[in-house]
Design a protein. Structure first.
Length: 161
């Protein structure tokens, strides 16, 4: 047998073994609902699967904490919450209740009731920010807008010198 024949036989056996492992890997990724095109090795797929499971667990824990805080705020406002209510529905109901409370405080000129409603409103705003994935501080927004304004002045040739 020639060296090229031995080399070809080894290549064929290696390719067969690799394709078998590749098919197993693709099956595993499909089971775990991971895109096979997003990973390039077996170790990367294991990391990808572990990361997705960790992120899903953390998201569920974060959502349950957020849901509990929303339910607590709803109870403070006298809103009945069912176990099957969606977080967005609860937040909408809380918003309506706070708006009604603020209107009542303004109508009766009740400053203490207005301050209580403002406290509830700030708590609701924090819940909404967390539900939307976080917030950006007003300072950052203003500095960004200022930077854009300066760039526009420069582009238009009206920048102060």
């Amino acid at each position: 047998m020639s060296i090229s024949a031995i080399s070809a036989a080894l290549s064929a056996s290696y390719m067969y073994g690799s394709s078998s492992q590749l098919n197993k890997l693709i099956d595993k990724l499909t089971e775990d609902e991971t895109s096979a095109s997003s990973v390039s090795s077996a170790s990367e797929s294991d990391i990808s699967v572990e990361t997705e499971e960790t992120e899903e667990t953390e998201a569920n824990q974060g959502n349950s904490d957020l849901m509990e805080r929303a339910k607590t705020l709803a109870q403070k406002l006298g809103i009945d919450v069912n176990d099957n209510d969606d977080l967005d529905e609860i937040l909408d109901e809380i918003q309506i209740a706070i708006d009604e409370l603020m209107d009542k405080a303004v109508e009766n000129n009740d400053e203490s009731l207005f301050n209580v409603a403002k406290g509830y409103k700030s708590e609701l705003n924090m819940l909404i920010e967390e539900n939307n994935g976080g917030s950006v501080s007003p300072t950052i927004v203003y500095s960004f807008m200022d930077m854009i304004a300066e760039q526009n002045k420069y582009a238009l040739g009206i920048a102060q010198k």
